[in-house]
Design a protein around this ligand. Structure first.
Ligand code: ADP
Ligand code: MG
Length: 203
């Protein structure tokens, strides 16, 4: 469970997030939606510990983020990140990109690739596969160590609709608490938890 209490943020003078309180249940699938500039990436950055908000509190279960002694270790153990751009290393194969961060066996890595439908691409380099396949490889890298939390910012931002649907279906089925920021509404389903922002406020 993740809880936000009265989170506000401003980068410069202008406030970007206004007094946001919400709770994200364990193993739920959550979509942060809203127009461009509404604060989705900022909110996701706060929830995912990448950005310390100007005001307010963030809790992971009962622990406030400020009480986490070593944030690098916490992130490394518990959080998987997926971004719009895959950030795979072009000189490493799909398998090697995952092995680079993996604390699991080769067999486990191959299981994940299989689950994401890209096991046959394990020896390909990122520029030898499609955008949708690259994003699935980035998801494989994010989930290989079985983090409790997966945060994805516009993970389908550079994909066509077919691949976007595949990526949403994969993220939704993960055995983790998943939060996706997206301006694309077409992939939401009725059981998803929607966190909708307008000008930095929940609505
Ligand atoms: N690093 C930053 N420095 C200053 N302003 C920023 C920064 N990042 C975002 N903003 C501003 O904060 C507002 C919300 O941006 P963002 O969270 O990226 O929204 P979204 O992801 O919904 O497009 C925008 O007005 C944007 O210009
Ligand atoms: Mg954004």
């Amino acid at each position: 469970m993740i809880r936000l209490e009265h989170i506000s943020h401003h980068y410069a003078k202008e406030p970007v997030l206004h007094d946001i309180s919400l709770q994200i249940e364990a193993n739920s699938f959550n979509i942060i939606s809203g127009e461009s500039g509404s604060g989705k990436s900022t909110l996701l950055s706060v929830i995912s510990t990448l950005l310390t908000p100007s005001k307010g509190k963030l809790f992971f279960d009962k622990t406030q983020s400020t009480q986490i002694k070593n944030m690098d270790i916490f992130r490394n153990r518990h959080i998987g990140f997926v971004f719009q751009f895959h950030y795979l290393i072009s000189h490493l194969t799909v398998y090697e990109n995952i092995a680079l961060v993996s604390r699991k066996s080769k067999k486990d890595a191959q299981e994940v690739l299989k689950k994401l439908g890209i096991l046959d691409l394990e020896n390909k380099y990122p520029d030898e596969i499609s955008g949708g396949q690259r994003q699935r490889a980035a998801i494989a890298r994010a989930i290989i160590n079985q983090p409790k939390y997966i945060f994805a910012d516009e993970p389908t931002g550079s994909l066509d609709s077919k691949n976007s649907q595949i990526v949403f279906d994969i993220l939704r089925e993960l055995d983790a608490t998943v939060v996706v920021a997206t301006h694309e509404l077409g992939y939401a389903q009725k059981d998803d938890t929607m966190i909708t922002l307008k000008d930095g406020r929940l609505c």
